[in-house]
Each structure stands twice: as C-alpha cells, then as structure tokens.
Design a binder for this molecule. Structure first.
Ligand code: FES
Length: 122
C-alpha cells in the first residue's frame, strides 16, 4: 500500500441526535454534513441512512486497499474529528486507522470496521 490514499467520507444527513426533538430540522446529520467540505484527498459524500440510525449521527469512511469504518454517536460539532480520522486513514501505511492519535469521538463512536475488498488494489 502506498501512503496518502484518497479517502471517501460518507455522512448520513438523515440521522437524528438523541437529544434533539424528534422533528427538529435540520437533522443532526445534516448539521454535521454542513461543517464538512471535500478537500484534496478527502471526498465528502452525503448519503441517506447508513443503517445505524439508533446510534446516529453516523459517518462511514473508506480508502482504496484499506479498511472501511462506521462511526456513530457523533455530534453535529464533530466535523474536525471526522476530518482528522480521514487524514489518519489516508496516511496509514497498513490501511488501518491508527488508534493512537485518533480523535475521541472516533474512539467511543466506533461501530464497525470492514477489511479491504478482496481483489481490489490500492
Ligand atoms: S438515518 Fe442515519 S444511519 Fe439511518
């Protein structure tokens, strides 16, 4: 694997925050998404539902030849943590997001990680 792979971040815009009123608009996921913008090496994609609704707000991220991650329980203000996680995943030599240095919201909010897709090259 080479260093500095492009990372795609999928942000669920339909997630609610458990502390929000049920019909509060915009939803917490949309508020989180509004703080994120694509930059070189990090593409932000908005999606509707990552099937982690009960533990939202939710974000997933992946990179070619690397592991994919699903995070939940985020706050609308966790955009900086999400981008830092994307940076760590991009720079990782082994395709895993390192635990050390990982922002707290991405430690306590880890839902799942998925190995690299077989046959897909970095
Ligand atoms: S609404 Fe966000 S994961 Fe389902």
């Amino acid at each position: 694997l080479s260093l500095c792979e492009p990372v795609t971040v999928f942000v669920c815009t339909t997630c609610r925050h458990p502390e929000d009123a049920p019909e509060a608009q915009p939803r917490a996921g949309a508020r989180l998404a509004a703080t994120l913008a694509s930059s070189e090496g990090v593409e932000i994609r908005e999606v509707e539902c990552l099937a982690n609704c009960k533990r939202g707000p939710s974000v997933a991220m992946t990179r070619p030849g690397g592991w994919s991650y699903v995070f939940g329980g985020l706050a609308p203000t966790d955009g900086v943590a999400v981008l830092e996680g994307a940076r760590l995943l991009s720079l990782s030599a082994d395709g895993l997001m390192p635990w050390r240095g990982r922002p707290e919201p991405l430690k306590r909010g880890l839902i799942a990680r998925i190995p690299p897709i077989p046959g897909a090259s970095a």
